[in-house]
Design a protein around this ligand. Structure first.
Ligand SMILES: [Zn+2]
Length: 187
């Protein structure tokens, strides 16, 4: 935007004097546009450059609001976990049904391949006797985002067991159509 404004100024200076008033008017309009852009409402369906790959057959997977809800999960998780959202740029977030093949971890509900830029989460509930999770907030996206931030596949960092951290994050993500299950190590 600033480059455009500068180019506009230079064009105006090269114009003959009789056009100066008109050029100034255009410039004022351009400045107004820039200012309006600066005040535009936040894009709350923005996923910080992540590509959303929805492969689940759960009903909520086709909810038109899904993208907005994923945005809110990403936003809250980044803030609570201290994750720089620019780290998510170009990554893929895959939501799928069933267990996820995650190296030595059997029946994983989520996996993060930082080098490949991929995060996968499952709709499987964290207790096997439960049906699939009823909402995207119940998938382990926050857990996987801490892996994006710090790696740590062995979960050695104390943050994994910080109940204050996870409970306050879960409170931000509470929705009436979710399970209400308390967060745990695997979310
Ligand atoms: Zn993990």
């Amino acid at each position: 935007m600033d480059q455009g404004r500068e180019a506009g100024v230079h064009r105006a200076r090269r114009r003959p004097i009789r056009f100066r008033t008109q050029a100034a008017g255009w410039l004022a309009a351009a400045v107004a546009l820039v200012l309006a852009g600066g005040c535009a409402s936040r894009r709350d369906d923005d996923l910080y450059g992540m590509v959303l790959d929805v492969r689940t057959r759960q009903v909520w997977g086709t909810d038109p609001e899904l993208r907005y809800r994923v945005h809110d999960v990403l936003e809250a998780s980044c803030e609570q976990l201290g994750l720089d959202p620019s780290m998510l740029w170009g990554m893929t977030l895959r939501i799928e049904d069933g267990a996820i093949d995650c190296g030595p971890v059997e029946n994983a509900r989520g996996c993060t391949w930082r080098d490949a830029g991929t995060v996968a989460v499952s709709t499987t509930a964290w207790t096997t006797c439960e049906p699939p999770v009823p909402c995207v907030e119940d998938t382990p996206i926050p857990h996987e985002l801490l892996h994006v931030a710090i790696g740590d596949p062995q979960h050695l960092d104390p943050r994994w067991n910080d109940q204050t951290l996870w409970r306050s994050l879960a409170a931000r993500l509470a929705r009436p159509d979710c399970s209400g299950d308390p967060p745990n190590l695997v979310w």
